[in-house]
Structures are given as C-alpha cells and as structure tokens.
Write a protein that binds this ligand. Structure first.
Ligand SMILES: Nc1ncnc2c1ncn2[C@@H]1O[C@H](COP(=O)(O)OP(=O)(O)OP(=O)(O)O)[C@@H](O)[C@H]1O
Length: 275
C-alpha cells in the first residue's frame, strides 16, 4: 500500500476499530535550522482512522516534525504526501482547507471570547458566506450560521462542556481550556487532527479525561489523530502505532508493544523514563 492509494481496504483492530489506507506519508524528511539538523531523513506514514504518536526525549525533534506535518515548516529535503497527492508549499489557511486541524502546546484561544465563540472560529474555513454575501443574501447567511451553530453544539455536548458554553475562556481552569481547544479543532471537521502534547501540564484526573475524549473522538467521528507527547503511559494506552525520535532520527516505529521492546528505544528513552 502507498500514498497513491489512500483509501484502500480497511483492516479492523482487535478492539473493532477500522484502520484504512495511508492518509499521510512522510518520505525522507530532513529539516535544518541553520547548522542545526532538527530532523534527519525520517520516513513514516499515518493511516486513515488510526491514532499515531510521535515520542522522544527533549530536543528529539517532535515539535519540528509536527510543524512539518501541519505544513508550518517546509523541509529542505523529502516529500510530504497527503490524501494521495504530494503536498506543495502552502499557507496555514490552505492547510486548514485541506482538512488538517491542530491544537497547540501553549493554548492558543481568545481569552476574552466565550467558549462557544472560540469553537465557532474553528468553522471559519468552512463558512461560505463572507460579509458581502451576508449583506446581500441575509437569509442564506442566517441559515448557514444556524447550521454551523448546530454542528458546534453537537461538539459541545460530545465533549461535555455545555455548562461553560457562555463562559469567557480566560476564566477556565487549564484542563478545560485544553478541552475547548480540542473542540475548536474538531469544529473544523478535520481529516487529520494534530495534538501538540495534549496532556502537558495536566493533573492525573485531567489526563484521564483528555485520554477518554481523544479515544471517543477517534471512535465516534473516525478522525485520524497524530500527536506528540512526553507522557509514556498515555501514549502507550492511546496509540495504534508509535514513532520514536532521538536526536532528530527515527529509532523506532511500530505498535506500543513493539516499541516497548525495542532496545534502542529502551536505551534512549524508555529506560531512562522508567529508572
Ligand atoms: N525555530 C528553531 N530554530 C532553531 N533551532 C530549532 C528551532 N526549533 C527547534 N530547533 C532545534 O531543533 C532541535 C529539535 O527541537 P524540537 O523542539 O523539534 O524537539 P522536541 O522533541 O519537540 O523537544 P521538546 O520535547 O523539548 O519540546 C533542537 O535541537 C532545537 O534546539
């Protein structure tokens, strides 16, 4: 199977979820910042419907890789294939239109705006009517707004944040802000959802909640999810497959069990983490 046949036959996992063909393929990616090589010749793929994690110690190149996947960084070498086509250099807005949404390690929400309005901003790329159309065809714009609101309300119910829908985001505790960020990314109805350290800074209870919501999103909407994360336990519980990076290189790639038993990974990361 290759990137040219992205929607090939599905395989079913032990827990009954469907994993499809290759949705995104990274081919021999190398990324440099001046003299620093953040990523060296890394290849891997992300299959439709799976939860794919990228792990590694500090400075391993995880954030750089997430930024290549999201289209924010263009690698000096290698190719990125998405939905069967080689991806050209794109602006962030074009990436969103392609069906990729993301959350950020340092939450990027509008603090003064309500939860509902923040989540509505996630639908901007899907809105057809601009100001001009709204002035001319007010009825059509109104209908579109109602449809967008209905979609957003569904996500609010799903992520169990009804009680705070009118609350300004700035007043929320950290764990809930993270959940609102997830809601906003979901509002874009992405084909590929990128999560940048979704559990960072959370307490145990918040981590468990986030873990459950990530699994539920994948299950309910069939959303393909790629995430980078420090927390080993979380990654192993969540992921179908894991890429392990160290000093910008790929040192492991496989199921959580395969990665756990990979000696290079144990030496570089897991061994240290579990000492
Ligand atoms: N914008 C940048 N300019 C210069 N060097 C950078 C830049 N971003 C990352 N690097 C370097 O690239 C390497 C990989 O960094 P990156 O942030 O991708 O790693 P990481 O695995 O995400 O680390 P962490 O877990 O600490 O966030 C590091 O040596 C880092 O200093």
């Amino acid at each position: 199977m290759n990137a040219q046949t992205p929607f090939a036959d599905y395989t079913t996992t032990a827990d009954g979820r469907k994993i499809g063909g290759v949705l995104m393929e990274m081919k021999n990616i190398t990324l440099r910042f001046g003299g620093v090589k953040a990523i060296t010749d890394i290849s891997f793929d992300i299959r439709e419907g799976e939860i794919r994690s990228i792990i590694g110690p500090n400075g391993a190149g995880k954030s750089s890789m997430l930024n290549v996947i999201s289209g924010f960084y263009v690698p000096q070498e290698g190719e990125v294939w998405f939905r069967g086509a080689r991806r050209p250099q794109m602006k962030p807005f074009d990436v969103a239109r392609q069906g990729i949404a993301r959350t950020f390690q340092n939450i990027a929400l509008f603090d003064g705006m309500s939860v509902l309005d923040n989540i509505m901003t996630g639908r901007l790329t899907l809105m057809k009517s601009g100001l001009f159309q709204q002035a001319l065809w007010w009825g059509a714009a109104q209908r579109e707004e109602t449809e967008h609101r209905a979609k957003v309300e569904k996500i609010i119910d799903f992520l169990e944040i009804q009680a705070i829908r009118k609350t300004p985001v700035g007043r929320l505790p950290y764990g809930l802000k993270k959940r609102v960020e997830l809601a906003r990314a979901l509002a874009a109805e992405p084909k590929l959802l990128l999560l940048d350290e979704p559990m960072a800074g959370m307490n145990v209870e918040e981590k468990e909640d986030m873990c459950r919501f990530i699994l539920d999103v994948n299950d309910e909407f069939g959303t393909t999810i790629a995430l980078i994360e420090h927390d080993m336990g979380v990654v192993m519980d969540l992921s179908d497959r894991v890429v392990v990076m160290d000093y910008g290189k790929k040192i492991g790639d496989g199921t959580p069990d395969e990665v756990r038993n990979n000696q290079s990974v144990i030496d570089a990361y897991l061994g240290v983490a579990h000492e």
